[in-house]
Design a protein around this ligand. Structure first.
Ligand code: ASP
Ligand code: MG
Length: 439
């Protein structure tokens, strides 16, 4: 068995879904189980409708709902009655929200679940229409979570028992089609796994049925050797490790959220990223133990809009508890710190949220001097081979030439070397490093 997950853009229209049907048909011998996201931007639209309703704008909400209904009817085949009955329920729910004038997490889940409830039905119908013998499986009947609405966590014992007890049997004869993202609590009330949760569903299902591979079909060729928005000359990464993928994801290589593949990692199931518009491309294979790479690094990640905070205190000299005091301030203002470098009397760190920076600064200034520099970026070399290649840093700095690095960090895991540069130097830095390491 393989699990094939198709994201929102892969199922955004009737045409896209037909393409998906073709992709699935070609892999029928591998006994696919299909997991789909909501069509296109449906989840955002549903949340907007719910918010409007709860604010009392029922006309705006109901107009939005009608547009969404027309869109789903237009992009589907052979399931008008079911689509309409879902939208009728959604309409009642929306009117209820307008009367109540509030939007609880439980109600948010009830509304946003319609995206995947609908897409899974529509994909099932389109598959059948295209000659793929699909059966719809309501994910809410097989994925059981706790009651933390909008961010629910699966209860693996129950979920795995339900998955193992139903899906493999079904997949022997048919192609099960399930909505991602949606589940239900032990009490049977609809829950969701958090935004972007369909990848998580795919990996829960893959782990639960013991799939040979989990495929995440998206609209890019896989992970690239450089962020395409900063440097367009990157190449596809053929294989990488879960740890490398996690590093890259943190830096906004938005292909995969590391937490979502945990169930796959635990069962050692390979995850492959593929492009539903170019299915012939082999994508990126993510495994626990990839074969050694030919280059010391796997990819260059980067992040813009980084703010550098420098904290200096002569009183820090020989004192303990200084870092704790600093971090307590950041913690109290719920501002994550990304990179950190210290000397005996100074600390430099980076943040990407400046929301609370003024308040943080005021508090730290009670015991140290603070300066803040905006408009920086992080360039990060990622690769497990960095560990065995002591020359990587020397090569990196040589490649950067006269580009000034404001901060450098190499963690003990030796999976990455991160450098902070001025935002205006970022593209040039990535390009030079890419030339050095990937030719
Ligand atoms: N439809 C959900 C979202 O947009 C889940 C997903 O697409 O993964 O967040
Ligand atoms: Mg999505």
């Amino acid at each position: 068995m393989i699990v094939m997950k198709f994201g929102g853009t892969s199922v955004e229209s009737a045409e896209a879904i037909r393409r998906v049907a073709g992709i699935v048909r070609e892999r029928i011998a591998q006994r696919p189980v299909v997991v789909v996201s909501a069509m296109g931007k449906t989840t955002n639209k549903l949340l907007e409708i719910a918010t409007r309703a709860a604010k009392g704008d029922s006309k705006g909400a109901l107009d939005g709902l009608e547009k969404l209904r027309q869109f789903h009817l237009r992009e589907s085949v052979d399931c008008d009655a079911e689509v309409n009955s879902h939208f009728d329920q959604l309409k009642d729910l929306t009117k209820g929200l307008a009367i109540m004038g509030e939007l609880t997490p439980r109600a948010i889940d009830a509304v946003s679940a319609f995206g995947e409830r609908l897409s899974s039905l529509i994909v099932t119908a389109q598959f059948k229409h295209s000659g793929v013998d699909a059966v719809h499986v309501d994910s809410r009947e097989v994925i059981v979570t706790d009651k933390r609405h909008t961010q629910a966590a699966p209860l693996f014992a129950e979920t795995n028992a339900k998955l193992a007890g139903s899906i493999p049997e079904l997949a022997r004869q048919h192609v099960p089609v399930m909505g991602g993202f949606i589940a239900s609590g032990v009490d049977g009330v609809t829950t969701t796994l958090g935004r972007g949760g369909s990848d998580y569903t795919a990996s829960i299902v893959g782990a639960g049925v013991g799939a040979e591979e989990i495929q995440i079909w998206t609209d890019v060729d896989g992970m690239l050797t450089a962020d395409p928005t900063i440097f367009p000359g990157g190449r596809r990464v053929e294989t990488c490790s879960f740890a490398e993928a996690a590093e890259l994801a943190y830096f906004g290589a938005k292909v995969l959220h590391p937490a979502t593949v945990l169930p796959a990692i635990e069962k050692n199931i390979p995850v492959r990223i593929l492009n539903s518009r170019r299915p012939e491309v082999e994508g990126t294979l993510i495994v626990s133990d990839p074969p050694p790479a030919s280059t010391p690094i796997r990819s260059i990640a980067c992040k813009l809009n980084i703010t550098l905070v420098n904290i200096v205190s002569s009183r820090m000299l020989m004192a303990h508890g200084f870092l704790r005091r600093i971090f307590e301030v950041f913690d109290r203002h719920e501002t994550p710190v990304d990179m950190l470098a210290t000397s005996e009397v100074s600390v430099s760190l980076t943040v990407d949220s400046t929301r609370a920076l003024d308040a943080i600064r005021t508090e730290i200034e009670e015991f140290a001097e603070v300066s803040v520099e905006e408009d920086h970026g992080i360039v990060c070399l990622v690769g497990e081979n960095i560990r065995g290649c002591p020359e990587v840093s020397a090569r990196a700095f040589a490649a950067l030439g006269n580009i000034k690095t404001r901060m450098v960090s190499q963690g003990a895991s030796q999976l990455n070397i991160s450098m902070v540069v001025a935002a205006r130097d970022l593209a040039r830095a990535v390009e030079s490093l890419h030339r050095e390491f990937f030719g």
